[in-house]
Ligand binder design. Sequence first.
Ligand code: PLP
Length: 394
Amino acid sequence: MLRPNMFYGELKDSYLFYNIAQKTKKYLEENEGTHLYRMGIGDVSLPLCDAVIKALHEAAEDQADKSKFNGYMPECGAPFLRNAIAEHYRARGVQLADDEVFVSSGASDELGDILDLFDRENSSLIIEPAYPAYVDANIMGGRKIVHLPSGRENGFLPLPDDSTKADLIYICSPNNPTGAVFSKEQLKAWVDFANRNGSVILFDAAYEAFIEDEDLPRSIFEIDGARTCAIEICSLSKTAGFTGTRLGYTVIPHDLERLCMNFNRMWVRNRTTKTNGVSYIIQKGGSAVFTPEGQKQIRENIAVYKNNAKVLMKALDKLGIWYTGGKNAPYIWMECPDKMGSWDFFDLLLHKAQIVGTPGEGFGKCGEGYFRFSTFGSPEDTEEAAARLLKLLG
Ligand code: PLP
């Protein structure tokens, strides 16, 4: 008899964004016409930059021209884009070969698909609070999850100790939801742990472009020893506004091997079997991000979000509220005042200040008592939200 993947029955309903939507809808029904200050969104609000738009148009024209037309693209990525991404790393001092870079349709796809490379008996360590997809992808795969809670005492940046045991280790830095960023020394502790134990780190670098402190690592491959224990998964979604255009990349070093199996070669085999490559047009658009002009223009957009972060941080500083993130990440993770629960604080902000944020409890139990603000909204709304926070909590 056909058996479905019964592990799907173990998934918890994803109530976080549903609950937020329900509460917000009810409030708007009762208070028709009220403007809400949406500080919860994880999507970008600025359009693609000019360099990308120009490249997308040119690529569309290529597809209309018999002499330039492209059919199926190479499954692991167009050589021009793999080279542009590898060059981008090399310019920052991280030596990568072009064929260690795999072009993808985004980080979400890869975070799920990459699990194909690992035995189901492997356990996965997830630092919490966490991006919910890590937990769900592992439940679907029937893997044992080792939850590693973090908190204010370690700045939401926990390190392994003698009791830590895991085969796969998820590290997201800058982190969603906490905005916390691991230092080189802290990442080195995880890399050494992984090499000692034969574990593999899945490093989610979706927010690397928001790091402004020069001494913080933007790639796990800035850390000695990472080439034998890490895979990096990255995305142009937040870096360059590709949330709706879809493009990302994954780095798998040639040196990453276990039991005589080479993960780079395995991923080539996987991609050539399970995908037919990312669209030529989108890859052309993506390659414009890595040109000097593209880099300058995406920096201008990121600066808008960073300014939003500054406005919110200034308000929280004035209020004496503890938080992480903001400076090197597009998220700010604040402690709820007066030991309030995160859903109570959500209700308070919605009803008394018309601000919508994200309750920390939705990212794992240890997120209770914390609240996430996103900085991807409009500058006008962010200014007003900050003023309202000051009035309500001051
Ligand atoms: N990883 C983290 C930590 C994220 O927050 C997100 C999106 O919000 C993703 C990955 C997914 O990125 P993509 O849009 O490339 O699928």
